[in-house]
Design a protein around this ligand. Structure first.
Ligand code: ADP
Ligand code: YYY
Length: 223
């Protein structure tokens, strides 16, 4: 059965362009946007602030329920994320936060604690949402599903440029190693692993511009 609110899910590995493409597509369609990875990143960062042991599932679940996460989504501005009232946008985007998010995301109890929170984002006139399991687990009945990929080398180069532009000191080799480690952990975990939904349209973005990818994704919705 299809969800009554139109939903477009965009899943894929780190650096495939999910966040960038989802936000542009959501703006063009006039739909809401959920960055599900930001929820995992916010819980991981809040756990770090509170000295919660990342290996203690029940403490992490308490932290998941206790963490207040707000998105400030204004056209023309980067998506701002407030964690327990503090602007955590920059800290959330670091590879340290990404790796911690990937680690806690492998814990089934943490994933369960976030399911309803994610589903509540489905509101008229529609929702674009990106992550790893949006089309497989959170919104399996979504009307439109896309799986974005790109070569690991290109994803590392994109991340390098993005972080250097923000003044963060990184190397392409280091980022490539981190991306491959995260790909492996996200795809090999037993619960909600990164994989395309059987009914997802695949878009390989290697060598494509952002505009070309946006057009391909919009054509999935308009076809
Ligand atoms: N098709 C593309 N071509 C070139 N750069 C891209 C493309 N898609 C995304 N980017 C850039 O790559 C970086 C990572 O994209 P992002 O949307 O954060 O990926 P993800 O959410 O999948 O990790 C951003 O700086 C973004 O502007
Ligand atoms: N729906 C989701 C979203 C993210 N995660 C986990 C796994 C990812 O490595 C981390 C961070 O996700 P995020 O989408 O913010 O990361 P990238 O922008 O792709 O690098 O969170 C997840 O398990 N399920």
């Amino acid at each position: 059965m299809e969800d009554s609110t139109p939903i477009l899910t965009i899943d894929g590995p780190s650096g495939s362009g999910k966040g960038t493409i989802s936000r542009i597509v959501a703006q063009q369609l006039g739909w809401h946007y959920l960055d599900s990875g930001a929820l995992y990143r916010a819980v991981a960062v809040a756990a770090g602030w509170a000295d919660v042991d990342l290996a203690d599932p029940s403490a992490l679940v308490r932290c998941t329920f206790d963490t207040d996460i707000r998105f400030v989504d204004e056209p023309g501005h980067e998506l701002k994320i407030l964690v327990n009232g503090a602007d955590a946008t920059l800290e959330l985007r670091t590879e340290t936060a990404g790796a911690a998010a990937s680690a806690i995301a492998a814990i089934p109890e943490v994933r369960s604690a976030l399911v309803e929170r994610q589903r509540r984002f489905a509101r008229e006139p529609g929702l674009v949402t990106d992550g790893r399991d949006m089309g497989t687990v959170i919104f399996p009945n979504a009307r439109y599903k896309v799986f974005l990929t790109a070569s690991a080398k290109e994803r590392a180069e994109r991340r390098y440029k993005q972080l250097i532009d923000k003044g963060v000191s990184v190397t392409i080799d280091g980022l490539l190693r981190e991306i491959l480690a995260r790909d492996a952990r996200d795809s090999q975990r037993t619960v909600a692993p990164l994989r395309p939904a059987p009914d997802a349209a695949h878009v390989d973005t290697t060598g494509l511009s952002i505009q070309e990818v946006v057009e391909q994704v919009l054509s999935v919705v308009r076809s």
